[in-house]
Design a protein around this ligand. Structure first.
Ligand SMILES: [Zn+2]
Length: 100
């Protein structure tokens, strides 16, 4: 099994430089602090793994749900964003239909 990327690594990949401050993470579009979706442990970017559920996980809880590379994480994110936009568009269509 490949070691999954951390939030830190993903942020640095996005920025193309070191990520250390909260502003850096905000710029990268990622959270600097968070909790594990599995056990609730408090995590920081260097020991947190982004998972395909969209939530953070710690090293014990990430299992096979992590990303093997930043490129994989980016393509997952792009897909997830498209789905969010489609859902929003569908919601708006429903709202529109109500008034027809
Ligand atoms: Zn955990």
């Amino acid at each position: 099994m490949t070691i999954p990327i951390t939030v830190m690594k993903w942020a640095e990949h996005r920025l193309g430089r070191e990520a250390s401050t909260e502003a850096d993470f905000t710029e990268a579009g990622l959270q600097m602090m968070g909790g594990c979706r599995g056990c609730g442990a408090t995590l920081a970017a260097y020991n947190a793994y982004p998972s395909k559920s969209g939530y953070w996980a710690c090293g014990d809880c990430i299992s096979y749900d992590g990303f093997g590379s930043c490129e994989e994480a980016e393509s997952w994110r792009a897909q997830d964003q498209r789905e969010e936009e489609e859902e929003l568009a569908a919601d708006l269509a429903l709202v529109g239909r109500f008034y027809v």
